[in-house]
Write a protein that binds this ligand. Sequence first.
Ligand code: PRX
Length: 651
Amino acid sequence: MAQDSIESVLRENRSFPPPSAFTAGARLKPEDLKALRDKAAADHVGFWADLAREEIDWHEPFTQALDDSEAPFFKWFADGKLNVAYNCLDRHLETRGDKTALIFEGDEGDVEHISYRELHARVCRFANALKAKGIGKGDRVVIYMPNGPHAVVAMLACARIGAIHSVVFGGFSAPSLKDRIEDAQARMLITADGNYRGGKAVPLKEVADKALADGCDSIETVIVHKRGGLDVRMQDGRDIWWTDAEAGQGDDCEPEWVEAEHPLFILYTSGSTGKPKGIQHSSAGYLLGSIVTNKWVMDLQENDVHWCTADVGWITGHTYITYGPTAIGATQVVFEGVPTYPEGDRFWKMVDEHKVSVFYTAPTAIRALMKLGEELPERHSLDSLRLLGTVGEPINPEAWMWYHRVIGKERCPIVDTWWQTETGAQMIAPIPGVTATKPGSCTHALPGIAADIVDESGESVTESDKGGYLVIKEPWPSMLRTIWGDPDRYKQTYFGKFGDRVYVAGDAAERDDEGYFRILGRIDDVVNVSGHRLGTMEVESALVAHSAVAEAAVVSRPHEVKGEAIIAFVILKGDSGAEGLAEELRGWVAEQLGAIAKPEEIRFADGLPKTRSGKIMRRLLRSVARGEEITQDTSTLENPQILEQLQTSGH
Ligand code: PRX
């Protein structure tokens, strides 16, 4: 009994129906959503096929919607032809040519408005520059740039000529960049002198030079955008300035009409082994997912000003900056800097200045800004806002309520959107004019998305508040197509557990008695730091690459702002002293992988808790890192005394 009452206290009972004023102006009304759901339930494939015909401008129409003959390698709209950049730009020129596509704000507050016509011209010019350097359909181009219009132009220029881009987030280190270039066998790298954030310049070209110094033999050309004044070294015959590459190129470039399944991009993400996975997305299916979710969930309309605060280096920036909003002709803000520079009200100041109406950010940013106090948002009216969104990790109800009350002024629905690099677009999320929201829940699957929670045997979990594996039981157009160069790993990772049709997301989830989903977190060895996925194995590999380290195990523990923080248990080699080494190792990991992977804490010990078969017992380490009492069975532990040492070593 006592336990029951504790559970019901923890259960979220607050529910927020959509404000009627919002519903009145929303794209989807309750009857529209019902019609979509009914249609999807009656004919899953036909539902998506009709949307693909309505939402995409095809160069050649498709005749077959889904080819599942080689499941889990699904093909959507395979015999159709299109160009994604054409859909994002050209089709707006007649009706929206002078409409602002991008409002760019730089770190120092410089602002530039770019119309659809201007964006189209820039993309064509740069696409011609890529062609002049010998880049064509199917070639891989790595983009390692600051967040801004040049990155968007580079991505769309690749799409225009059928080249496959792989954007590497500007915070990644030289070894990470090198791994990604080599895995993709990229012929070209597009970068900039530096990344200007928070009043500081982080060098990019210099890091790229390090990456290219040993290996990366596939790279023939490096195009460098001069964003600021950082000194860079240009290598003769290989490196060229962006403006020189563009010089003399025309503002028109015939789009390359590609097959629907032609890969639009690769984006690397962490998995449970050390090697990042190159998630490969298609052209048409991905575009369709981007379009419908920007309409259904973000409710983007003709007069909205959208702002997704993600960097284009992540999937969120791909779908909710570069492709989705442009494909539907929206106006959006693109921001180079950080939320706390020059002051902690930067986001709110920008919302007022640019009249942002739809705002999409990460729980980690909300928590960080919440800690700074209400005085900062109160300096600004925030009147233009009508819809708020979150993505990347579970949002704790406290942060949700703050976002609702202090930013949304209790007037803006909040869409908590669950999805992944692999899913391409939002999957489980509220429809803002229809769904009553609950803090901490991403609510229900979108129409045409067959999300379910299953137990170990693959049976649906029907009881409320009982966790299980989050799965998607039918293919959907914007799903990943494979892991670049590793189809076996694709099959094994996502379809290895419940067969060729059931996509396993890698998250645990539960549903309440009204069927609302709540995401509980990863079930594999992936941690989520500030909304970014990191494989614990990647951090472990980086640690053991240090000459003083013999063995390492990495786990996470909850963190107030970051969501999760990384804790590393390290065994040193015989003659290494631990003095000053924790700091050195933290810096080392940042250098190897990038600053986001820097461990919060390092604990040294003589050994790790292992089973008799030599497996590290991570669940024990997790308890140790969290300072919890060990209640798990330790009878299979080979070296029980080590636990005590680990528990005290951090203090
Ligand atoms: O664990 C889930 C968490 O982020 C993972 C996907 O990370 P990534 O591929 O980097 O994409 C992030 C942006 C789409 C998921 O497996 N996650 C994402 N959104 C949510 C979430 N967890 C809870 N609630 C969310 N809304």
